[in-house]
Write a protein that binds this ligand. Structure first.
Ligand code: SAM
Length: 159
């Protein structure tokens, strides 16, 4: 599989997973957190699917398209490991994690702090959709949509 094929499959999985959890997330109170604003594509998708919901986006730098840049109060610039800490206890309905790099060694470092931080951001029963596998006793795996291959994206509920 070429990197282009792999990218398309990952993007398709990402969209399908975000669509799949819509009802569950709408049933919960609390904001949506986007870890990894990037170009703002998934931010825009979340905004379209959860109208009226506060969406707070995090990134180390603002590189989003003008049309997909959150208002300043919902845009947190900095290293997520530190910049998201003050949001612990915010009781997010959904945390979308899109900060994987495709480099195993870099992602391994991220995974030393990401699962614990994600749990701290979530409401009980809150949902995490993640491009990286998160291992934490308070995160219970949820089934993926039938068309998303296991391991391509990850879905959890905070217990
Ligand atoms: N979700 C985005 C979209 O749909 O356009 C793509 C996100 S891109 C794959 C990953 C982003 O996460 C990059 O913009 C990068 O700067 C940011 N990022 C990765 N690790 C980070 C960290 N530890 N702290 C802050 N930002 C980080």
């Amino acid at each position: 599989m070429s990197r282009l094929d792999s990218f398309i499959r990952r993007m398709t999985a990402q969209r399908d997973v975000l669509n799949h959890i819509g009802e569950r997330v709408r049933a919960l109170d609390g904001p949506v957190l986007e870890l990894g604003l990037g170009n703002g594509r998934t931010f825009d998708h979340l905004r379209a699917h959860f109208p009226g919901r506060r969406i707070i986006a995090f990134d180390r730098a603002v590189g989003s398209h003008k049309s997909s840049t959150p208002e300043p109060e919902n845009l947190i610039v900095g290293e997520i490991r530190e910049s998201a800490k003050p949001f612990a206890g915010i009781n997010a309905a959904l945390v979308h994690v899109d900060i994987g790099t495709g480099y195993e060694e870099k992602d391994a470092i991220t995974l030393t702090w990401l699962p614990q931080l994600t749990v701290a951001l979530l409401a009980p029963n809150g949902i995490v959709a993640s491009g990286l596998e998160l291992d934490h006793p308070q995160l219970e795996s949820l089934p993926l949509p039938h068309n998303v291959k296991k391991g391509r994206y990850f879905l959890y509920r905070r217990v």
